[in-house]
Design a protein. Structure first.
Length: 386
């Protein structure tokens, strides 16, 4: 009765089962996996947000395949502020980056074609690829005094069915930004093999360095799709506004945009209130981002202070994003250690294998967790290795 593309194992993993029992029993929980900024104690301008959603223009239906022009102008202004000129004609709105990925996969891939994705990275891609009958092939990020793309594995896994290479800039959870040298090398490979580059930049604004990292939206060497949205930029995942920017050689870009317009027009998934409110919702980033980065820096300093007082665990360097990777002793599997931590101390972390780390010995913790919860959670985490 059901398609093979949805033939996933729906059984919860062991850690999820333990977590469900822990919550059902009403036990205290220190959650170091927080990903929803609206639940982390940040302040929002509720009046401005709600007023923007009451725009009377939403009472009229104006179907625009690429999204309302006013919303796309707001996004173009966001890139202009970063020093990148993006034409509104090169922007296509979507309800989420997941939907934007599906547009790209439909544009580039026939069933069975391949998309390269980094490892480690977050597990979203697997489901999106299955739903589009696309095969994911992993290339490695290697750690050697910092993260970097292993271009030897990129070359090794390329096949005639490869259609695109995805980079996450900065990577989740490693916090690695693609360097200029890596971008140049990636573009060389894509140009040589006639591949597209897909850049997921949802965490782009959250750099720990003072200088703003360059967006792939400025790339013109190869066909490039740059994805972002309000979910992270303004901390508003519930508003369901994302976008993709198309750049690259003029002729190829023109063909891509024409086809994407048909794909988007087929669904017309964007709602009017959020599009009319786009400028105001994007402006919320000016108050939200400093709050979040203050939390990230405080929690990172707390983590480093506690790590300095012991010798069993360490933290891998990061350049941006909301997560930290903690290296822990490989006495057992990461999942077994995470279950012990939850059972003994009531602390929930993600084991490294959730993100395709190649070996055991890693936990991933969220740096947007409220301060006191984070402090207590890290203390309990390190205690099990004392």
């Amino acid at each position: 009765m059901f398609s093979r593309r949805t033939n996933w194992s729906l059984e919860p993993n062991s850690l999820s089962e333990v977590l469900e029992r822990h919550r059902a029993a009403g036990k205290p929980l220190l959650d170091l996996t927080a990903s929803n900024p609206t639940k982390c104690g940040f302040r929002y301008d509720a009046d401005a947000i709600l007023h923007a959603l009451a725009n009377s223009g939403s009472l009229a239906y104006e179907p625009e395949a690429q999204g309302l022009e006013a919303a796309r102008r707001a996004i173009a202004a966001y890139y202009a502020e970063r020093g990148h000129r993006v034409a509104i004609e090169d922007i296509i709105l979507a309800t989420s980056t997941s939907e934007a990925y599906s547009f790209i996969f439909r544009l580039l891939c026939d069933p069975g074609d391949e998309i390269l994705v980094p490892a480690p990275s977050y597990p979203l891609f697997e489901f999106l690829a299955d739903l589009e009958d696309v095969k994911l092939v992993r290339y490695s990020l290697i750690y050697d005094h910092g993260w970097q793309i292993d271009f030897e594995t990129v070359d090794r896994v390329l096949t005639p069915r490869t259609r695109a290479v995805i980079v996450v800039h900065p990577n989740n959870p490693t916090g690695h930004f693609c360097s200029l040298q890596e971008t140049v090398e990636l573009n060389k490979i894509c140009a040589r093999r006639e591949l597209a580059a897909v850049a997921d930049e949802v965490f782009l604004d959250f750099s720990l360095n003072e200088s703003a990292p360059r967006s792939f939206a400025a790339s013109s060497e190869v066909l490039t799709f740059t994805l972002s949205g309000l979910s992270k930029i303004s901390g508003l995942p519930q508003m369901k506004l994302a976008w993709l920017v198309v750049s690259g050689p003029a002729a190829t870009k023109s063909q891509a945009l024409a086809r994407l317009e048909v794909i988007a027009d087929t669904y017309l998934s964007m709602n009017a209130p959020v599009q009319h409110a786009a400028l105001v919702l994007l402006e919320q980033r000016r108050a939200f981002q400093p709050q979040l980065m203050e939390r990230v820096r405080w929690n990172l300093a707390e983590l480093d202070d506690q790590l300095a007082a012991q010798k069993s665990c360490s933290r891998l360097p990061m350049q941006g994003g909301w997560y930290a990777v903690v290296r822990v002793p490989r006495t057992r599997s990461d999942e077994e250690l995470a279950i012990e931590l939850l059972t003994r101390e009531g602390v929930y972390v993600h084991p490294g294998h959730f993100y395709d780390f190649p070996t055991e010995g890693y936990f991933v913790v969220s740096l947007i967790t409220p301060r006191e919860e984070f402090r207590r959670g890290i203390h309990a985490l390190l205690k099990i290795f004392a």
